[in-house]
Structures are given as structure tokens and as C-alpha cells.
Ligand binder design. Structure first.
Ligand code: PNW
Length: 476
């Protein structure tokens, strides 16, 4: 997929960047906002690197006008952000808080004024703590609360936001949050994590029908998934079976009900010792399978797995996410994860654009005609400013370049890809890793909150401006 050629993207291809509320906003108790599960989790000793929290983050809540100006300087055509549920509906129930909605309305107006198309994610992991106290995602009622919240935001912003994403990466919410416990709310109950996954699916379905009710007909609704590109370490039947089991828990537990109205039989069998799935009630699968306008795909790195006899080996590692006491893979005990050879990012995630190509091809075939939107792709590196303040990140340029080559190849091979959102616009709070890991195209000095576009930001601006990827641009 390389060569000394210029690759040209379709003229209407969307070039954007993405963020999430808790990772950038700060202002954690401003204007009536109450704690989300991420406030509670990050304030619990030992949960995040260095005890970092999103209390201040990059203070985007107060600096959003400057940040939108920066996006405009970088020629971005679109911006994906998320709404903080506890800012809009602090207890997760009842009427909306006007000041919370005002913030997002002001942000959207600023974007529109600069000609930047907003793409709004309703849930990027910040569940109001009160709803967690009432049972969280393993509790069915949370899905109904989410649909109500979706309607409130839809009513408030539907006249000016055209792209709506219900959930971001429900895999992380369900399995990192309720099985591995490395994300909020930090629970380690594999059976509960499967209930959470179903209720996230239900939440998406209920919210989608609410959005259809309140949004203008032109609005587009979708979901952002992080499907795994799972590869067996050898072609042996045992390793291929390990890959099948992980694919069921990573991807098909969501795409099955969302797109095909079913939970696959192998998934039900594999997890039978944890649950009989009786929490799936009559009618749920019909509610979940709503026609969608687009599928958001987030991709960072593939997974390499093998079968093992050792009990509990799925606990060892996942793509370099570090040692874990509890597995994010319910009932998949005899699976080992391996570090693929080759280059890695600062997350220890291997750099492999063929995983993105494969993902795009897979969903093009599985969901013919459905527009695909890459809602996240990017990399963390150990960026450091030069004495003159500039920040050079040739590794990030190389990462973005080879992944955009993969996108171009998938387009060439017929995939219906609408656009690409770089993760992330700014360095930010990288969840359990705190501020240690920098994913931004724009460097943030956390002491002063000063923003400095890295060389990758300038490089990406040129790609966005011209719609072209040139080999020589790699030099950054
Ligand atoms: C995604 N995993 O998170 C999120 O959508 C972003 O908020 C985040 O900053 C970005 O990717 C980079 O991490 C993930 O363990 C976190 O497989 C963890 C995993 C995947 C995605």
C-alpha cells in the first residue's frame, strides 16, 4: 500500500478530528454539573496513572472559542465531540439543565460559523453517578434513562446538528467498565458485563427511535463501535477458534443485535456458564435493530490471539494494555493475547494499517451500502517541545499516513467511506493512563494550557485542505 504516488480522496470526503467531553472539558462542577462515573473513578486512589482526573483537563469548557479557531486554522471540515450527560441532566433523570445545553449550543454555533460540521456523540462514557448507584448499565432502567436524555439533547440541538452518534465504543463501557474494572465504574463482574452490553444495545435502539421522533428528517443517526480485528496466531483450528470467541465478545455481541436482530448462537454457548441471557426480553431485539444512517468505526490496532490450556490466560495482556487481574473477555479463559511484531506506539499498540483495511472491507460486505465513518484513528507518542516551543512528531505523521493509505485502498476497493476523524484534536485525559499519553495533533502544555499544533497537525491540515496524500508529505 505504499509507493511514490499522490492519492486523491473524493471531493466530498469529510476530514475531521474528534474529542470526548470528560477528556477535554474540565469545569467538572461548573453550572450544575454533578459527578459522572469517571469523576468518581478518577478520584478513587489507584485507578488512574498519577491519580490524574478530568477536573481541569484542557479547560475546553472555558476555551472552546479558541479551540474552534484552532480547528478553523487547521482547515478541519468536521468536529466530533461528545455531550457530558451530567452537565445536561445531572441526576440522569428529569428536565435538562439549561446552562448545560447552552454550552453545547454555543459550541455548535461557533463551529457552524467557521464552516465546521458538528458530529455529536451522546455517550462517551460519562454516566451520571446517580444512575450507577441505581445499578448502572447492568440495570435495565439505565437504557430507558439514556433514551430520555437523548431526546432532551435532540430537541435542543436537532435544528443545528446533522450527525448523531448514540454510543461511543460500548465494548469499553461494558467490558473494561464492568468486567476488567480498568475503566469506570471499575467493577469486576463478568456476568454483569454481559447484561451491561445488552442494555447498551437496548439504550442505542431506544435512543435511536427517540432521535427519529425529535430530529428533523435530514439528521443522520449512527453508533461508533471499536470492532476488533482479531487474528489467530497460527492457522490451527484451536487458534482460529480462539479468534472466533474473541470476535464474538468484541464485535458480534454488538453488530449481531444492531444489524441482524440476533445474538449469535456461538456467543450464547460460549457464555452459558455465566448467564442464560434471560435479561434479553421479548421485543428487545426488534427495538435494538433500528435502521441506521451510518456506522462509526474506531480503529487503533489489531489483536493477535492463540488458544492455550492455561486457565485465566486471557487475563495476561490485551494489545499491550498492561497486566490485568480481571479479564475483559467474559468466559474466554483459554485465550492468550500476543504482541504482534513490528513498530508500536507509546500505548504499546502495534502499528498495522491492514487491520483498518480489513475492518472496512468486513463491514462493507456485511452491511452493503451503509455509509462508514471512521470516527477515531490515531496514536500516542512521547511528544516533547523543542527549545523554541515547536513539537515534531514524525511518528504520528507516519501513523496517520499509512492508515489513510489503507482508507484510500478500501475506497478504491468499493467501501462506502464518508470521512475520517483523527483522534484526537488535542492532547487530553487518556482515561486510566491520565495525562501521560498524548494522542493530540495539537500539543497542550498542561501547566499553562497553551496549545501548539504539532507538525502532524500542520501535515493533516494540508491533507484536509487538498484532499490529497502525497508521499513527500511524510517528512512533516
Ligand atoms: C478509545 N482498549 O478508547 C476512546 O474512544 C477514546 O476516548 C480514547 O482516548 C482512544 O480510544 C485512545 O485510547 C479505547 O483497551 C480505550 O481496547 C481502550 C481500548 C480501546 C479504545
Amino acid at each position: 500500500m505504499t509507493g511514490n504516488v499522490t492519492l486523491t480522496f473524493p471531493p466530498d470526503f469529510i476530514w475531521g478530528a474528534a474529542t470526548a467531553a470528560y477528556q477535554i472539558e474540565g469545569a467538572a462542577s461548573a453550572d450544575g454539573r454533578t459527578p459522572s462515573i469517571w469523576d468518581t473513578f478518577s478520584h478513587t486512589p489507584g485507578r488512574t496513572a498519577g491519580g490524574d482526573t478530568g477536573d481541569v483537563a484542557v479547560d475546553h469548557y472555558h476555551r472552546f472559542r479558541d479551540d474552534v479557531a484552532l480547528m478553523s486554522d487547521l482547515d478541519l471540515g468536521a468536529y466530533r465531540f461528545s455531550v457530558s450527560w451530567p452537565r445536561v441532566q445531572p441526576t440522569g433523570r428529569g428536565p435538562a439543565v439549561q446552562r448545560g445545553l447552552d454550552f453545547y449550543r454555543a459550541l455548535v454555533d461557533e463551529l457552524l460559523e467557521k464552516g465546521i460540521t458538528p458530529a455529536l456523540t451522546l455517550y462517551h462514557w460519562d454516566l451520571p453517578q446517580e444512575l450507577e448507584d441505581a445499578g448502572g448499565w447492568p440495570h435495565r432502567d439505565t437504557a430507558y434513562r439514556f433514551a430520555e436524555y437523548a431526546a432532551l439533547v435532540g430537541e435542543a440541538l436537532g435544528d443545528r446538528v446533522g450527525t448523531w452518534i448514540t454510543l461511543n465504543e460500548p465494548w469499553c463501557s461494558a467490558f473494561l467498565g464492568y468486567a476488567a474494572g480498568v475503566h469506570a465504574p471499575g467493577r469486576t463482574d463478568p456476568a454483569a458485563s454481559l447484561r451491561a452490553a445488552h442494555h447498551l444495545n437496548l439504550a442505542h435502539g431506544l435512543a435511536t427511535s427517540e432521535l427519529r421522533r425529535v430530529l428533523p428528517a435530514r439528521a443522520e443517526v449512527g453508533i461508533s463501535l471499536n470492532p476488533a480485528t482479531v487474528r489467530p496466531r497460527t492457522p490451527s483450528e484451536a487458534d482460529r477458534d480462539a479468534a472466533r470467541r474473541i470476535d464474538a465478545l468484541a464485535t458480534r455481541v454488538f453488530t449481531g443485535p444492531l444489524f441482524h436482530g440476533r445474538y449469535d448462537a456461538d456467543l450464547l454457548d460460549d457464555t452459558a456458564r455465566l448467564t442464560d441471557w434471560s435479561f434479553v426480553r421479548d421485543g428487545d431485539l426488534e427495538l435494538i435493530k433500528q435502521p441506521l444512517d451510518l456506522l462509526g468505526l474506531n480503529y487503533y490496532t489489531p489483536s493477535l490471539v492463540s488458544a492455550t490450556d492455561a486457565e485465566g490466560s486471557a487475563r495476561e495482556r490485551r494489545d499491550g494494555h498492561g497486566a490485568r487481574d480481571h479479564s475483559p473477555w467474559p468466559a474466554a479463559d483459554r485465550v492468550a493475547f500476543h504482541q504482534p511484531p513490528g513498530e508500536r506506539t507509546a500505548m504499546e499498540w502495534s502499528v498495522d494499517p491492514t487491520g483498518l483495511y480489513d475492518l472496512l472491507q468486513r463491514f462493507s460486505r456485511e452491511l452493503p451500502g451503509l455509509p462508514l465513518l471512521i470516527t477515531e484513528n490515531g496514536a500516542a507518542y512521547d511528544d516533547k517541545p523543542e527549545p523554541d516551543g515547536s513539537v515534531h512528531d514524525p511518528e504520528r505523521i507516519a501513523y496517520l499516513h499509512c492508515h489513510l493509505e489503507a482508507v484510500h485502498a478500501a475506497l478504491r476497493d468499493g467501501a462506502n467511506i464518508r470521512g475520517y476523524f483523527l483522534w484526537s484534536l488535542l492532547d487530553n485525559f487518556e482515561w486510566a493512563y491520565g495525562y501521560e499519553k498524548r494522542f493530540g495533533a495539537v500539543y497542550v502544555d498542561y501547566a499553562t494550557q497553551q496549545r501548539t499544533p504539532k507538525s502532524s497537525a500542520l501535515w493533516y491540515a494540508q491533507v484536509a485542505r487538498t484532499g490529497r496524500l502525497r508521499e513527500a508529505d511524510d517528512l512533516g
